[in-house]
Design a protein. Structure first.
Length: 306
């Protein structure tokens, strides 16, 4: 499988606006939402990713959107027992080179400058996405700041994602989330019904992973809910994650959530995708149920994972 397309020349001359991303159109059509693939980007020297600017961003985001903890974790991490690093947000950023920590700044689009950058990047993704996966929605940006040697435990995330490496390096192990031996229907259902992103790593699947050495200037596609874990390189790492959803992804997730409720009631629902007509009915019933729950003031959705 080809993982990185040929280099595409960016337009830097005159008043032509430079492109931020270089995406191989054929790779995108073949692999999007089905397998990881690499892209290139031109964001490494962008001033929004300097540590002083990230410090300012962290200070303006609500505390609920800044998550951080100790960075050297096992691949299987009970989320209730994730160790803290004992530092403030500010100290974690200022001492990231030596404080052995992992931090994510969530929904950075709340800051207008980051919001504009996210929009520009996703506009370039949309060109490739729209013809086959129309309706890009819920754009969200996340910035990861990690100490040398940090490990992000085995987990999955709910949305289409491109992770751009800005500074430092990462080794990323990704697993096929469509292989039900790797990720069961029940694990998907539990996560999409509000469970934590962290998963139990199964050692026997280690050799089945795609492995990517992500260097500055490279970006990697993560199909939604494909499990992965990340090993940071020997330097401070800064990564920018641009994410979005599509109506077809949302429909799939709704059927998983409907199946979860069937399973709770003792049924054995058919896997998503086996019976498209049945899936459409489940989707309709799920939307109906959700509308009723909202009318009654009860909601629930999965958290963002990384
Ligand atoms: Fe992730």
């Amino acid at each position: 499988m080809q993982l990185l397309g040929p280099s595409v020349t960016s337009a830097h001359a005159g008043n032509v606006k430079a492109r931020l991303l270089e995406i191989d159109a054929g790779l995108f059509v073949r692999n999007f939402d089905r397998a990881p693939f690499l892209i290139r980007h031109d964001l490494c020297d962008h001033p929004l990713f300097s540590l002083p600017r990230l410090l300012k961003l962290a200070a303006t985001l609500p505390a609920s959107l800044v998550e951080y903890n100790a960075g050297e974790l096992p691949l299987t991490q009970d989320p209730r027992l994730t160790p803290r690093n004992g530092l403030s947000v500010e100290d974690t950023i200022c001492r990231i080179a030596e404080c052995r920590s992992w931090m994510v700044l969530k929904n950075v689009e709340m800051d207008p400058q980051y919001g504009e950058l996210l929009r520009e990047c996703l506009d370039e993704v949309r060109v490739h996405c729209e013809p086959r996966w129309p309706g890009m929605q819920q754009p969200e940006g996340f910035i990861f700041l990690t100490s040398p040697g940090s490990v992000t435990p085995y987990h999955m995330d709910p949305e289409h994602n491109f992770l751009m490496q800005i500074r430092g390096s990462k080794t990323i192990h990704q697993f096929n989330g469509r292989d039900r031996e790797v990720l069961s229907e029940q694990e998907l259902e539990e996560y999409l019904s509000g469970g934590h992103r962290n998963l139990t790593f199964k050692e026997e699947f280690r050799s089945h992973s795609w492995v990517f050495e992500l260097q500055p200037g490279l970006g990697l596609h993560f199909p939604a809910t494909f499990p992965h874990y990340v090993q940071n390189g020997p330097e401070v790492s800064v990564s920018f994650s641009i994410t979005f959803r599509t109506p077809d992804l949302e429909r799939r997730h709704m059927v998983h959530q409907f199946n979860a409720r069937m399973r709770q009631r003792g049924w054995s629902p058919a896997p998503v995708g086996r019976h498209p007509c049945r899936d459409a009915v489940k989707c309709f019933l799920f939307r109906l149920g959700r509308r009723m729950r909202r009318m009654l003031g009860r909601t629930g959705s999965p958290e963002h994972g990384y």
